[in-house]
Ligand binder design. Structure first.
Ligand SMILES: [Zn+2]
Length: 128
């Protein structure tokens, strides 16, 4: 089982993917120990840091990602140790973990949009 989790490292926010729920739990405990903050305030910090990185577009309601746009396909990207797609990070921060076998799609068709209200899950048509 794969599980997405939020990690906070100073100003950086990134999405961690773990091989098991136990591994994710261990990472949460380590992060809590390292930074001396409870998981709820970690999530709040992560959300605040994320909100600095987009601008709302008043006509469409899209939140346009400012940090980096992937050249080949136009998706917003969140750079850390590895590059994560910004809309996936937004989903995890504001809605919850992405279940295994699901992908995050835009209802607005704007690939650089990170408005959690414009995101939905869809089951992969075939198993990876
Ligand atoms: Zn949108």
């Amino acid at each position: 089982m794969w599980m997405a989790d939020i990690r906070v490292n100073k100003q950086n926010v990134y999405l961690g993917v773990f091989n098991s729920e136990l591994e994710a739990q261990e990472a949460r405990i380590r992060a809590e120990f390292d930074y001396g903050v409870d998981p709820a305030s970690k999530l709040e910090k992560a959300r605040l840091a994320f909100e600095e990185l987009y601008i709302p577009e008043p006509n469409t309601g899209c939140y346009l990602w400012l940090e980096a746009i992937r050249k080949n396909d136009g998706y917003g990207a969140k750079r850390h140790k590895k590059v994560d797609l910004a809309h996936r990070v937004s989903y995890v921060l504001f809605i919850g973990p992405i279940p295994r076998g699901f992908r995050v799609l835009h209802t607005c068709d704007v690939r650089s949009c990170v408005n959690p209200g414009h995101l939905r899950l869809e089951k992969h048509s075939k198993l990876e």
